[in-house]
Structure formats: structure tokens, C-alpha cells
Write a new protein. Sequence first.
Length: 463
Amino acid sequence: MSAINGGISFWYATDGIPTPREPLPGDTTADVVIVGGGYTGLWTAYYLKKAAPFLNITVLESRFCGYGASGRNGGWLYNGIAGRDRYAKLHGQESAVRLQLAMNATVDEVVRVAAEESIDADVHRGGVLEVAYTPAQLGRLKDFHAAEVAFGEKDRVLMGARETAERIRVSGAVGSTWTPHGARIHPVKLVKGLAAAVEALGVTLHESTPVTEIRPRHAVTPYGTVRAPYILRCTEGFTASLKGARRAWLPMNSSMIATEPLGPEVWEAIGWAGRETLGDMAHAYMYAQRTADDRIALGGRGVPYRFGSKTDNDGRTQPATIEALRDILVRFFPQLAGARVSHAWSGVLGVPRDWCASVTLDRTTGLGWAGGYVGSGVATANLAARTLRDLVQQDSGQAGPTELTTLPWVNHKVRTWEPEPLRWLGVQGMYAAYRAADRRELASHGVATDRIATLADRVAGRR
């Protein structure tokens, strides 16, 4: 039987697609309008309403809460943040360390709120294990481990081949690094529970309400305009659909597969009893988790970008991408050569031109935004939301500066992406280079990172 392709995601297949809430009935007003009902928008509404219950907050979502990346991701709640190294160069090491420590604490914060709000999101705190299976990957892994320790992760562990195999038996793994600052989650259960918690607090959620334009104090939809002193854009990979924002953040495509449930004999062979989230040090990297119902959900870039910043149709994925992800699965676990892939899906994530996540509030216009998470958004969205809360409260005179409002990613400015076809050619070329570099490293067994990947990093602006 072939895999279920699309249908938004495996997570919705197991937990059900929700009935959308009522759309916006017409022109109205609010104190704060949040555009986008994913993790960033919902967390922002949650924290703002908790801090100031008197606020009239409206969330506008084009389909239903969690339709985008929040309902399609790999379920990695972890402490990675895009752009930390650049922020260290711009603002100093100490400032970037504060950002990293805030991310470490964010994992705890999401788990805490989920428990407090009785959201059963299949949370399992197994940490994050990232493996190397070539000499070049091992060199990068050791450098990565040292950098993470330098940024404040004193509880991170570097392991050799034997210790790695005691956790997860990845074929050919020669080393790994593990951090406790990570957990496996069911993304849809988290976003559904968060939407319900926000609504229970008195926040107004309008679904099936696409916002076509954001301008100072106005969020424009086909059903009417909502006016508010603060308009917060929380649209991540779908930002390009807004008027005037096509080149702001590039919608990078990421694809996933999920296996059928695997039997105890398979897990006996693989290990993975700690249910860590699993990644690697390839240039075209993968990410995976062992789900609560004993499947492996595994993802990678697939077709990285669609011309003109287009997004997919309800998660449908190209057959070649499914096969490529299956090849990675079997490369990691040869004993799964006969296992059936039950689901495949895709989604988009937001990528700024300098690959740096950021949070902004323009005090002259009341326009704010957060995102550009580059695939690390499950936890970063929470930190961004708490930061947006503090920025709004500071601007409105309800509070002063906080530790979060002084973090280096606040009010970071980034240039726009190139116009087409340069944008498409650049991204396609970059990932072709990364895949070529991975193949060359695997074949050569060289200890140095392939020069093609180093050149691609520089051209892309990642270094």
C-alpha cells in the first residue's frame, strides 16, 4: 500500500483536522491584532492576555490554527536558534550567550505551560542526539560541540561510536553530541491545545480569514478590516503571500515521512529507548523522532524552494522526495529496508536573507513581527512570543525594558531576498552543492569539510 501523501501532515492524520472557527464577520477594532494562528501567534496571544487580561486581542488565521509549519514540523522542541553566531559577531559573545541561555530555558517553559494548561502533546524529554557518520562530519561535530559549550551549554555531552550506539544504533555512526535541552512532541496536539487555551482566556480567533495586507493599525482581509494600535505579523513561511512582503522571508520547503508502527523486535535492534530527537551533521541534514506510537518520523529538505515563493498544496510531496527520505531512513537503519512508509508531507519555514531569526516592534507604526526561524521554530516561537509581549507592554507604558527586550535579536534588520529568477537559482544551487558535498564526503572519507559546501555557505550568506 502506498503512503498517504499530503493531507496536511501525519500529525493531523493521527489527531484529526479541526473544524475551522468562524471567519471575521466584518470591520471591527481591537487593542492588538495578531496575523497568523501558528505557534508564534498563539503564544503571543497567550502571554499578552495573561499579562494584561483587559486587552482585546484578535487572531486572524487564513485556514485554521496550526495549518502551516506548526502542524507539520518534526516535533523537535529544542534549544537551537538561527543566527546566534552572527549575533555574537554583531553584539559580542556575552550577548549571544544570554540569547542561548534564554533558549535553553524556553524548552522548560513550553513543557511547563503544556502541563499547566493540561495539554497532552506526547512530550518526552529525551534531549537531542546529533550524530556523525563520516570523518568530515565528525570534525564538524566536534567543532559544533565545542561552540555549544562556549555558548553556555555546560551539560552537553560528546560521545564516541560505542556510547552513541548505546543510545541509538545508527549505522556507521562514529560519534555524537547530546544535549538535555530538547524534547519530542506531537506538534498538532500542542497547537490545538494552545489554541483552546488562548480561546478560553478570552482571545478572539477568526479562522478561514486570510490577511491580504498589513499596514499601520490595519489588518486587511476579504471580509473586512481590523483596526488596532498594534498589528503583529506571525506568518513565518507564509509571509510572502502578504502585499509588499514577497521578498521578506523565503518560504523554504521541508518534507517528512513517517513509517508504519514498528514492532518491539525492531526497537530491540535499533535501541532508541530514550526517545531522543535525532539529527546528523550532513550539510543537507536530516531530523527524526520516535513517535509516541512507535513510528519513525523523519525529515529533510527535499525540493527546497518553489519558484516565486509559492507554497505547497496541503502538504503534498513529490515522489522523488519521498524516495530520498526513505533512502536516508535505510541508510541510518538498514534493518528498516522492508518497513512501509505510511505518510509523507511537506511544509514551509521562513528564511531571512542572513539566516537570522528576529523579533521586532516598530514603535512609530505599531507594526511588529517575529520569525525567520529557519527550521528551529517549535521552541523559538515561544521565546519570540514572550519578547513580543514585553515589547508591546513596554511601548504602551505598561512595563519597562526586560531581559528579553535587550536580547540581541530584538529589532534586528535584514535585507530582502533577490528577485526571481535569482532567488530560485540561488537556493536550488545551494542545496545541490550541499548534497554533492555530502556525497563526496561519504565517498572520500576525508576529514575536512568539502570545499563545495564551504563555498555554498559563503554565497548563501550563512557565514
